[in-house]
Write a protein that binds this ligand. Sequence first.
Ligand SMILES: Nc1ncnc2c1ncn2[C@@H]1O[C@H](COP(=O)(O)OP(=O)(O)OP(=O)(O)O)[C@@H](O)[C@H]1O
Ligand SMILES: Cc1ncsc1CCO
Ligand SMILES: [Mg+2]
Length: 268
Amino acid sequence: MAAVPDLLTAVREQGPLVQCITNYVAMDLAANALLAVGASPAMVSDPAESAEFAGIAAALTVNTGTPSPRWVEGMQVAADAAVAAGRPWVLDPVAVGATALRNEICTDLLARRPSVVRGNASEVLALAGLAGVASSGGQGRGVDAGDSVDAALEAARGLAVRSGAVVVVTGPTDLVTDGERLVRITGGSPLMARITATGCALTAVTGAYAAVGGAFDGAVAACAVFAAAGGRAAQGVRGPGSLRVALLDELHLLDQDSFTGVEIEEVA
Ligand SMILES: Nc1ncnc2c1ncn2[C@@H]1O[C@H](COP(=O)(O)OP(=O)(O)OP(=O)(O)O)[C@@H](O)[C@H]1O
Ligand SMILES: Cc1ncsc1CCO
Ligand SMILES: [Mg+2]
């Protein structure tokens, strides 16, 4: 496994261009998180240009948070173009399981072979169930998780095997699995869940790290970077408002020594 500090440096040196098709809520935080880690964001979603752009970008990230028909078409053609160009693409199936529309969109996108799927525990449980993996289906509350990360472990493994994607489950600890290997990343702060779109921003940053380090190592590094920055940012802030700002600062300031509070454990 590539060392996380090495990938931290590599992303800053290479500055990968990351195409984001994300929701209205997350656009700002996702773009700024990418800039803070040294990558370059571009929010390009319309189907008239999204496939063309996917051929230029180093990675694509697709987030179903606020779907509408034309955007979904933009996601589909961009995903196909990223696969055709051999570029990684990351799926964030926001609130899958909550409505029939989201289930339909996410089932379709999963069939377009994402390199990485990143969701909270409830989203991974729901998507695994839709993909035919034995799963409780999840207890999601809209976009927020209602299930523990460990409850989604076997579903994540099954989803990885079934889809061919690296699956990332985030929460108080994060899990990254390709169906065989399993890495657990512990760090961050509970306050991170009190800001909207931290998960969406992590998905965008996962695109940058996957472009530079590959799907598995890139996903581990992106989780570790958020765990380190989130934990450091939470020290001394008064609440979510200032954490949002401090998170961007800490993403920018991370260095080789910033990972001491983060546990990265290869479980299997
Ligand atoms: N209790 C916690 N302790 C430490 N870190 C946490 C905690 N909850 C969430 N995080 C971190 O916050 C980030 C977002 O994860 P989360 O699972 O909340 O995403 P999400 O539900 O998709 O969020 P959103 O939909 O609002 O973008 C990850 O880096 C995760 O590790
Ligand atoms: C709050 C919210 N609603 C739809 S997407 C989104 C951002 C977090 O997923
Ligand atoms: Mg989310």
